[in-house]
Design a protein around this ligand. Structure first.
Ligand code: HEM
Length: 222
């Protein structure tokens, strides 16, 4: 890690901070389910069926935190073996995160104000897409298509990090309006968070990752 630039450390710190509420807050839920103190707000669905949420929180933690290391150019350049090892780890973690997310979406009994039809379907579609993007990224790197590999992993990461944007939008809403968003409003904010992440990701992909077209030289135009 000595080879990371200051800019990369800053990126890493920013991503860890951004993921803090769902990634580290989730670990408190796991602690509670393992018999520890109940620090986070009650979730009766987790208490009733703890396996998918435990799998979900642990895999999502790995995906978000280790995943952040994967986008740092210095690690890829100076330690490609670590990039490959982390890559395998987060490909599996990402699939477990999305699959357990969809498992809960479908099997947990949610009150209507915590998950309506819109959120149900968006979770199923984006969870499936997240697994699809990870699979596509694996296929792309096996065919040495670096751009498609990076772009697909970034898209999967954006879906995963939807949880962080949702937490920030939710807290922002409470600060501004003084009440927790519920029902269709909550569903809408959750979907908006995913939309914003995916939009920003497309900008990053096409601005930073896409192979640059070389300007045509005079020789080429003759
Ligand atoms: C990879 C990043 C993700 C992180 C860090 C994350 C984090 C969390 C955490 C911490 C919880 C537990 C909430 C609690 O304790 O009450 C949770 C629950 C849940 N997550 Fe995720 N999640 C991620 C991705 C996803 C995705 C992609 C989906 C959709 C497929 C999803 C669907 C769910 C569902 C349905 C629940 C149950 C909510 C409830 O019972 O109220 N998550 N997530």
């Amino acid at each position: 890690m000595k080879f990371l630039s200051k800019f990369e450390w800053a990126i890493l710190a920013l991503v860890v901070l951004y993921s803090f509420i769902p990634a580290f807050g989730g670990l408190l839920r796991v602690l509670e389910l393992a018999g520890g103190p109940a620090i986070v707000p009650e979730n009766p669905r987790a208490l009733a069926v703890p396996i998918p949420i435990t799998l979900h929180i642990l895999s999502s933690f790995l995906f978000c935190i280790v995943g952040a290391l994967q986008f740092l150019p210095s690690i890829k350049r100076h330690n490609p073996a670590a990039h490959r090892t982390f890559g395998r780890m987060i490909a599996i973690a990402g699939c477990i995160s999305a699959a357990s997310g969809m498992w809960m979406t479908h099997s947990y009994v949610f009150p209507e104000n915590l998950q309506g039809n819109l959120l149900y379907w968006v979770r199923i579609v984006l969870g499936s897409l997240m697994i699809g993007f990870i699979g596509w990224a694996v296929i792309a790197i096996r065919s040495r298509n670096i751009f498609q590999h990076g772009a697909s992993m970034l898209r999967a990461y954006a879906i995963g990090q939807g949880a962080s944007t949702q937490a920030i939008l939710g807290i922002g809403w409470i600060i501004v309006f003084g009440a927790e968003p519920l029902g269709p409003l909550r569903d809408g904010l959750m979907v908006l968070a995913w939309g914003l992440n995916l939009l920003l990701t497309e900008v990053l992909i096409w601005r930073l990752l896409a192979p640059k077209k070389l300007p045509a030289t005079r020789m080429a135009t003759r």
